[in-house]
Ligand binder design. Structure first.
Ligand code: 5GP
Ligand code: MN
Length: 337
């Protein structure tokens, strides 16, 4: 596999030529995956193409992102059996396309737009910018390269992508360029009050109850440098919350004083655990996720482990402890040199 970027101009050219386009956000869409898909779908539709978003299986749009749907958005519409272009957004590798891989490959051309450090350039044309705050930031540049005027619907998709992936402009992936892009989104007339209220002031009460249960069961280890917690099926039953409402809880765990690495185990079933990992400053959790065929960024990564909750808890505690030990040793070595 050639790990080389195509230019955005080359990708824009292919998209301009295409008549039918399928957009593939990663499985379990987050704000960046769905916001980027919305912006791209609107842009392509308004330039006259047949286009639709293809989420995994029967996965729905998470309730906190449902407000982004507008008249330009089509999901799982029949567009073509032989689409001109299939484009993956915010997906580091083909495992993020899960059961859709064959359909993705049915595109005459496949394109991969992403910002994950673990991206393995799986498509015919790839554009991976690990300096970009979010895939949404790249979609902004791609729409411009296509000479598409960014309207309010596109701008709102991009804003949601950026705002959610930067934790509201807090994380270190936020750059001057991120803010420059956002300043242009204001020119397109985004409704910030509506977006912020939908994203950040619309927490279902069940979710707060779930947070309560999770925080009641946090375990710290490595002298408080690491914490691990679980969102169990039992908790979902107790609180009435849904697993996709765990979004943001891992960041709460990382925010605890003294914590460098936080881990949240989401019990999908008794033999499948979705693991979320976060680092605060010097840690690189993508290395831990990679041991389980997962991936992500230095400070935010994840993987799925096909074992029971308690086994996975043990594995993660061991791996995090080993990782922290190695990093501490390296730092000490450098200091004594
Ligand atoms: P989250 O913990 O919010 O699910 O994911 C954090 C980051 O890690 C995201 O950027 C996401 O794309 C990436 N990530 C999460 N789970 C997986 C996984 O199973 N495989 C890969 N390659 N990346 C993942
Ligand atoms: Mn992203």
């Amino acid at each position: 596999m050639m790990m080389k970027n195509s230019t955005l101009d080359d990708i824009a050219y292919k998209l301009r030529e295409a008549k039918t386009v399928l957009i593939y956000p990663h499985v379990l869409m987050d704000g960046d995956a769905f916001g980027s898909s919305v912006a791209l779908c609107c842009g392509l539709k308004k330039s006259g193409k047949k286009v639709t978003i293809i989420p995994e299986g029967d996965e729905g749009v998470p309730s906190y992102l449902a407000f982004l749907q507008n008249q330009c958005i089509s999901i799982r519409e029949i567009v073509s059996d032989e689409p001109d272009v299939c484009i993956a957004v915010d997906s580091s590798d083909t495992s993020r396309l899960e059961g859709r891989l064959d359909r993705f490959k049915s595109g005459k051309i496949t394109i991969n737009i992403d910002h994950h450090i673990t991206n393995n350039f799986f498509a015919d044309m790839n554009y991976v910018d690990t300096e970009a705050s979010s895939t949404g930031e790249i979609i902004f540049r791609l729409l411009k390269a296509m000479d598409i005027e960014i309207d309010k619907d596109m701008a709102e998709g991009i804003y949601v992508a950026i705002s959610t992936d930067t934790g509201g402009f807090q994380y270190t992936n936020t750059t001057k360029n991120t803010h420059l892009v956002v300043s242009e989104l204001f020119d397109s007339g985004i409704d910030l009050e509506r977006i912020s209220a939908e994203l950040y002031e619309n927490t279902p009460y069940e979710k707060l109850k779930l947070i309560g249960e999770i925080l009641d069961n946090v375990e710290d280890f490595c002298d408080g440098q690491a914490v691990i917690a679980a969102a169990t099926l039992k908790m979902m039953e107790n609180t009435g919350a849904l697993m996709d409402q765990t979004e943001g809880i891992i960041e709460l765990l990382r925010s605890i004083s003294g914590v460098e690495i936080a881990c949240l185990l989401k019990e999908v079933s008794d033999s499948q655990i979705k693991v979320s990992l976060r680092a605060k400053t010097y840690g690189d959790v993508s290395k831990i996720a990679a041991q389980y065929k997962g991936g992500g960024h230095k400070k935010a990564a994840g993987c799925t482990v096909y074992q029971g909750l308690e086994e996975v808890r043990k594995l993660m505690k061991k791996d995090i402890a080993t990782y922290l030990q190695t990093v501490t040793n390296n730092i000490n070595e450098q200091e004594t040199r």
